[in-house]
Design a protein around this ligand. Sequence first.
Ligand SMILES: [Zn+2]
Length: 195
Amino acid sequence: MIDREQAKQHIRELLEYIGEDPDRDGLRETPERILRMFDEMFRGYDPAQKPAITTFRNGADGIVYDNMVVDTGSFYSVCEHHFRTFFGDYWFAYIPNRRGKILGLSKIARVVDYCSARAQVQERLVHDVVQMLSEALDDEYPPLGMALMMRGRHMCKESRGVRKEGAMVSTYLTGIFRTDAQTRNEFLSYTRNVL
Ligand SMILES: [Zn+2]
């Protein structure tokens, strides 16, 4: 295990490595600032910061809902190959079981944020988010399916190396989204619109 002081020392060394003077005014506090930023950007490794996911029994508020629920938002993460940001938008959908549980809507965003706060590849991120939401809805009557699409711009591709703008799309589908083309197409139609 490496402690905070050691980590700070290593960041100083990296600053020297690129030709900087870590003792000049503008950089003196930089190692500490970077560590504070890391605490935020990489909180997804800390199980204590895992969001609590509120669920409700379908029908509890007087209506049984069994159509598609779609939620969309943005995400920021870090690629594990270059430690450069990748970021973009996500579209999540699921179809609740008439007798199962439904998700509190803001919880989807919290799970996306938590899972994004790790170094990774986008293919793993879509999987991790769906996995965590499935666990929250785990029940005798699981949802009919879940779908997640993420469209991300990768700074390791745009600001260095090949230097090409562009987006990468990754999806993770379960249940009826995988087996039924009509359901899948309904989901995909939302990802093409403003939503
Ligand atoms: Zn990369």
